[in-house]
Unconditional design. Sequence first.
Lengths: 234, 337
Amino acid sequence: MSFLLGEQMTGGYGAADILHNCSIGVEKGEIAVIVGPNGAGKSTAMKAVFGMLPLRKGQVMFDGEDVTQLKPEERVVKGMGFVPQTHNVFTSMTVEENLEMGAFIRTDSIDDSIAQVYDLFPILKEKRKQPAGELSGGQRQQVAVGRALMTHPKVLMLDEPTAGVSPIVMDELFDRIIEIARLDVAILMVEQNAKQALEIADKGYVLVQGQNRFTDTGESLLANPEVRRAFLGG
Amino acid sequence: MTDFFNALTLLGNFLIIPGLTYGSQLALGALGVTLVYGVLRFSNFGHGETMAFGAMVTILVTWGLQSLGLSIQPLPTALLAIPVGILATVVLTLLIDRFVYRYHRERKANPVIFLIVSIGVMFFLGGLIRFIIGPGDQIFFDGTRFILKAREFKQMTGLNEGLSLKMTQAVTIITAVIIVAAMFWFLNHTRTGKSMRAYSDNENLALLSGINPDRVVLITWILVAALATIAGTLYGLDKSFKPFVYMQLLLPIFASAIVGGVGNPIGAIAGGYVIAFSELILTFAYKKVVLYLGPDNMELESLVQFLGTDYKIAVSFIILVIVLIIKPTGLFSGKTI
């Protein structure tokens, strides 16, 4: 069984279900990517894994434990980190304060973790006294990822981390995400830039209308002519 | 040259010192309004009466201390009574939150509903206060009246005009500076203060970061109660305590918070002084100042006043309207603390 596994998830925000028997999983040190057309329920699937969507059926297992009934903030304590797509930094607070707030649940010293985030994203060290709201889009995303890393999560979930950033910044962010995975963190992310994301993915999930359509390694999905034609633009 | 100093003294005595005093009172009041807005996200119309409640308890305790013969000459005894006033007001705000606001918060009610509920709280508190202490004027000031008397100043400098500094004015300004400094230190340098700012900035992300919203709300009310009690007592010491006056104070206090940028503590403080000085500058009679600075033998029929003092309250109203039309976010773009 996977380290993190959302199994047969069915549910939605109102009366109608958005997810139908959708399953998503990721192993430690692996990168799993959820791709699919607009409205396929990619972000919804991720939110379901994190507990932000009420499930009618199915369960979420994390590190051998059933966390289906836990609230998102309780899952953070268990070791899950989440970077929302928007509003993912405290704009009026400095970069360093953002990182401090990320570590709010910790009672031990956080200096090492801050240094670790600065090693990963050197630009943040330079800007540490600047309000996060004044940073560029790419730098903000770095702050958002850094904030989530402050709790030393065992799994990091990213909702479209490269939305609205330039291709160069996107490559840079993907490189950092690979680095984080090498620290034995499981990474689950939703991506619009399907091709580039699958290139770095160990596992890919193609969702269509809230259901699993294709599940394979990133490489095989990229090689699959049907996937290429329907979802990757040829 | 003497004329120039006379004019300056005149302005200092009737404009600058009273402006700083009144501005400090407004700033402390606006800081409370801005904290509620920033963290709890509604305009608290009950704030004026919260100030009155804190001042009332302080007065009752002051009378008790006076009858026991306790005092801290030359300072007013009320300063000794303030901690009790704060404690009582903290209990009051927490009770109101528990039985009134929490219900609406859990239902994620629209800010307008909160606003209307807070008006209800305002009327309830106003009634409670008048029931306990009565609607009349209460004088509770004791201690030395003046630090610097106008006559002494004249003797010292040989000028025609006198500069006086009342004990209440000095106490107000110094207390305000200390409270504001402590407040900023708390918000910017403590874990709890930062968590309040984080919650105010982005509630969902604060939740994801493990910040407990109930604790943030609790601390906010404690701070608001303390600020309200101090502001209310200082205002009562300086002018006099009259329950209805605090309801009228709501307008300049809200004007201060909005002019500075509601939700922004720096804005609240700046806004307090902007409103206080605008009121005084526009309603001050400059006749004597002009006579000192103008040529000798000058004669003036009018008082050289922009507006009669009766229009004092209109000044904050006009500023409020202008700011809302031209720059609704205020001088220091508000929204978060």
